[in-house]
Design a protein around this ligand. Structure first.
Ligand code: NAG
Length: 212
């Protein structure tokens, strides 16, 4: 028993540093999302056992890390906005089991908020590190999506990118108030879909998980 425990600890610690690491709680900002919050929002995201689509599933642990990173990068600090974006991502990706559209299978539609190819093209254009490789694949929507999916930073960054670049100030202000009407206008006026009961269930859980 004892030796198994030591081995496990070593494996967890080794990739980061050979010196004694600081506890995670000291190295991460206290605004970072936790795995538990993600599981609360996306109840089946605890693990990726038997994933329905090969290579697409991400665990709550991974989602927490990269969604937090995206909120830092795009300066989405308001909790109501964070809740709305996380709810979209969790709903659209089937609790983070998918990052490509499968039903019906529209080429180029994907990333964790399952945005359409036209938005993925704009999103890629905003990422300097992808300039060269995206020029090589030109207008091939499926290939452009693959570029985004190769890096979790981009895969999980689309929700915050979309909110901060594609929604009007008016929509964001209403959303930031935390009201249900604000959430509805974000869904109907910016995301461009209907504020269905299924979506609202994700949003309700996200508001609760974040204390928004
Ligand atoms: C993913 O993209 C980020 C931002 O451009 C970069 O810092 C990071 O090194 C990339 N990760 C991999 C695995 O390429």
């Amino acid at each position: 028993m004892h030796s198994i425990l030591i081995t496990t600890l070593f494996l967890v610690v080794a990739p980061f540093s050979t010196a004694a690491p600081a506890p995670l709680s000291l190295t991460r900002k206290d605004t970072a999302l936790t795995e538990a919050q993600i599981v609360q929002i996306a109840p089946t995201s605890e693990n990726c056992d038997n994933p329905p689509a090969k290579g697409e599933c991400a665990t709550a642990h991974t989602a927490a890390k990269f969604a937090s990173q995206s909120f830092d990068q795009y300066k989405v600090t308001n909790k109501a906005e964070q809740a709305a974006v996380l709810a979209i991502m969790a709903y659209e990706s089937g609790d983070f089991k998918y990052n490509k559209n499968h039903y019906p299978g529209i080429p180029g539609q994907g990333t964790r908020n399952m945005q359409s190819a036209a938005f993925n093209k704009k999103y890629i254009a905003s990422i300097p590190a992808l300039r060269e490789s995206s020029a090589r694949v030109a207008d091939d929507a499926a290939a452009l999506l693959e570029l985004l999916l190769e890096n979790e930073t981009y895969d999980f960054g689309s929700g915050a990118w979309f909110l901060t670049t594609q929604c009007t100030d008016e929509v964001r202000k209403a959303l930031q108030s935390g009201s249900e009407a604000g959430w509805q206008s974000y869904i109907t006026q910016c995301v461009g879909t209907s504020a269905s009961g299924d979506r609202k269930a994700y949003w309700d859980r996200a508001v609760k998980a974040l204390g928004a």
